[in-house]
Design a binder for this molecule. Sequence first.
Ligand code: ATP
Ligand code: MG
Length: 699
Amino acid sequence: MTNPDYLDKLNDYQKEAVVSDAKYLQILAGPGSGKTRALTTRVAWMVKENNVDPSSLVVVTFTNKAAKEMKQRLEQPSLLGQEQSSPLSVSTFHALCAQLLYRHVDLTLLEKNFVIADADRSKQLVKMVVKDLQPSLSLSSQRKKPGKVAPRERKLTDIVSSTTSAYEERLLAANMTDFDGLLLHGRNLLKDHPDVVDHVEHVLVDEFQDTNSLQYELVWLLTHGGDKSLTVVGDPDQSIFGWRYANKGHFEKMKADYENTVVVHLKENYRSTKSILAGAGHVVAKDPKRLSRELFTNNPDGCGISVLKAKSEVHEAELVTKEIGRILEFSNGLVKFKDIAILFRMTALTFNFERALGRANIPFVVVSGSRFLDRLEVKDLLAYLQFFYNPRDVTSFARLINVPKRGLGEVSIKKIQVMATQQKWTLLATLQNIVDAHPATKNMRIMSKSVTELVSLLALHKKVQGMMDEKVQTGAILQTIAHSIGYQDYLETNYEEDHETRWANVEELITFAHRQDSLLVEDESGIEAVGHFLEVATLCGDSKEHDEAEEGRVSLVTMHAAKGLEWTCVFVVGCEEGILPLPWTTDLEEESRVLYVAMTRAKCFLYCTHSAQRRRWNTLEKNLITRYLYDLPTAHCQKHTPAWNANVRKWVAQVLQKPYEENDLLLEDDGSGFLSNDDKIFAEIVDQITVDLQKKLLY
Ligand code: ATP
Ligand code: MG
């Protein structure tokens, strides 16, 4: 048999992995060595050469972006093409569980029309629970009492334990689940009803080093306890989710659980220049627990890593912006905005970059997290849709009830919620009873102006319900909501400066909904379509529109979200003690791997920047360069490249020879970041609980 063309694009080790008939297979290798390429090709091989039914394959990866990219690769005619790849399931663990739960909701504790709370909303719910259980003020007065032994710590532990169960009860009562809950409900479903995945014959997992124990268990259940075949791909050196209880030891565990697992190692890196690979290798070389693995590249030496020191965080952003301008100018169009990424350890660091890039008219997109959903105006409108879809959703209710203002104070809102719980009414029924002056509501003292507002809110609900019954599309429903609540006027009144951008975001949300509608088959609109849209919006938070928007833009991404991706030019910013490693880290090796992952995203140009001082909260910190880079051998830095094609060679030489001015920028203080003591304690409790919840949910 002659080999199909797509195998020619692989080296011998990759081929060995792709065509392996091992039932259990591990593909282990360093960054950029073509693991993901091998995985997608293995899928094509299975379908095309082994006649595996595409719908019996489950491919799992870590981010939505990675899942989308993988699907796109498979859709290429050289691999599977559109038709064969469409029944294939390529998704994240969360999306996979969501699909299964929606399909088999009657077998779970959830009910039809359940909604998924994103991190922000689950935090909001935790806040509600904490507030109910323990007003924050009593906390700080407790602290001031003399003679008590660490009352705050004790208080914290008490609150955490009592809140956790209350939080879970609230979630379930609101017919909601959070991200971790998705995995838990998914695990329970598969455990109690293994037949729901009877169709699965082959499971393939990318980035296996970052699976936590719950995800490992899901894989086990998906393979029917090792009955079906399993291919995993990964790199222990890139394990960066230990803080979320990921376990790189799962490679070893798999070997024990799945007998006769075959391991294939890939050795050649195709992504980065020699300098970048060597520099990044230096960062993790000191890890005593590292399983040393050679990785070589036949790529050119490249121009060395640029380690730049800025005077302040504002200056750092200016430096990066200037370098971007320089690369664009001297590359003669070879490097485009979309080939450039700025990677940072935490989202709070993006702000100065957004400002500097904006000033320089460089288009950018903040890729990390659910940036789109994080926009206030998007959240407002989604809250309406979520609430009308699931009227038990208390967090959405709390959000929408005063947007726009309906004159209801915090006390009244609380009373409404309490009444709903006590009377076992839905929130909507409670509002209706207030409007109808039900005897039970007579002590609530709601102003007549507010009652009028509630009447129109209820009317809007009826209207939307009618639209869902008539199978009107989600885009049109959102439009009706925005219009009926006078949202554009509301933005104009409340956000004088940027109401236009905000309204543009609303329009973008509506366009996104229309796009989702167009993907549906005919009789799928109506309430199911709304549910599907909410699921997509919560889990992906991005859309085709955003992908298109990313095309011509510089990407701002967190190091964690950059996993598996690559760019021609990468700026790793904030390479300082206090940021990388984070001061509260308990795992210095993991922090070095985070930097390693970030650096190995670069193909040609890698910059690592750090700032001598940085304003955070209301203090000015003096920061040293991160311990991982201070002794980076100069051989890896700023070295000329001998062997690139004429254009690139010229460009690199020009870039390196151009003198480099450091602007003396003044520190700017935007006044943000000041929190009162109570706010701080409150935030701390909420954070602590959120972390503890995760722990509890995952073990
Ligand atoms: P990471 O660990 O960062 O996820 P990876 O091992 O999954 O990396 P890929 O993303 O599959 O690596 O490949 C890295 C780059 O190398 C991609 O641009 C890919 O197209 C290219 N590549 C992979 N294999 C080959 C090959 N045999 N020949 C040429 N290019 C290749
Ligand atoms: Mg990969």
